[in-house]
Design a protein around this ligand. Sequence first.
Ligand code: PHE
Length: 457
Amino acid sequence: MITSERATFGSKFGAILATAGSAVGLGNIWRFPYMLGANGGAAFLLIYLICVVLLGLPVMISEFYIGKHTHRNAVGAFKEMAPGTKWSLIGYNGVIAAFLILGFYAVVSGWTIEYIIQAFSGTLHGKDAASFQADFEMFSSSTVRPIIWTIAFILLTHVIIISGVKDGIERASKVMMPALFLILIVLCIRSVTLPGAEKGLEFFFNPDFSKITSSVVLSAMGQTFFSLSIGMGCLITYASYFNKTTNIQNTALQVTALDTLVSVLAGVMIFPAVFCFGITPTAGPELVFITLPNVFEQLPLGWLWSVVFFILLALAALTSTISLHEVATAYTHEEFKISRTKAAWLVSAGVMVLGIVSSLSFGVLKDFTIGGLTFFSLLDYVTAKIMLPLGGMFICIYVGYRVDRKILKAELTNEGTLPFYFFNTYAFFMKYIAPIAIAMIFLNELGLINKIVNFFQ
Ligand code: PHE
């Protein structure tokens, strides 16, 4: 163990903001509203909130336990807890997932830079809905510009990573997270004061229970997973920088609350605007890059709203790309015993290659498909739909069945100095509820549940 010289976050507040920064990202501001729009509106919100409490929170606490207990990276943690066993495959799964997620996440993050510039230079002004769509497609399918922004975003992430845990990750999150909240709240106020905002708020907050189907429940569970950054060792890595006195229970509660709040605020920002301008809430991935600038352009000082919004999206993405990069960097640095800077360069170089190919898969490599998916969609599919649920399920099984309850309780209560009123409930969830629920998401995402149901019909 290398506990003594190993980096830690400088303060509890810094640790919470950095971890919340990982959780809050494109998943909250882009994916959440789009999933909610496609899955019956407020009914999805309700199920999502239930999943966050019943599934997200216990898994997050478990990842924090593993990281804080071992002070190691995602792979090293399992090597230390269960030496000579195959449990470290959970860690390898996470490191590879981090790499692959970055390979497509950085492309979308790069698009935010293009839109900040376009909004700032007034290029978005005066367009109609059709040209917003056409111009987005033209930009994303072009060869050079999106690649430049993808690389720029990876380098931005890289610079923060090589500045270290405290001076890089923690300091950046301390500035970016409050900025993000401020911008989001300003945009929410603007949105709810638009004429006809009530319709959007009703769509978002007033559930129609008849819309709840098994597929809505499973989609909400999948969103919980992605949004809270659970299942791939990211929270193990961040918790390895917690110091002895960090309160795991409170940190998990606060991070979960912040992440959920940002998703809810994103909904409050987007839906009133969408309804006010008569756009359909099921517009899908277009909602952010095509619909929102269109909406903003129809407001006084439209360019300013667009600039502010895309800065918000870029900040949210950056604190998440940092955490993904850190998973791979910490592993490479610690397990191969090379310097942190060298490790970071290796990761950045690998991610750039993946990023370039994913970016090109919107243009020249559009017809290069594997299993019917472009390279970009393949990375998304393999990570979000296979690797995260699988990793999460095995983390639950490991903590639920392999970890000694006494050691677990001692770590989660800082050697008995903190109360943990619901410990038995938590342990029950880890053993029975969470792994089964995650197994269901996994099977559903692969389409296996449908196949099984059809088999019996
Ligand atoms: N949670 C991040 C988001 O909402 C994405 C992410 C997933 C980050 C997994 C790290 C690990 O955008």
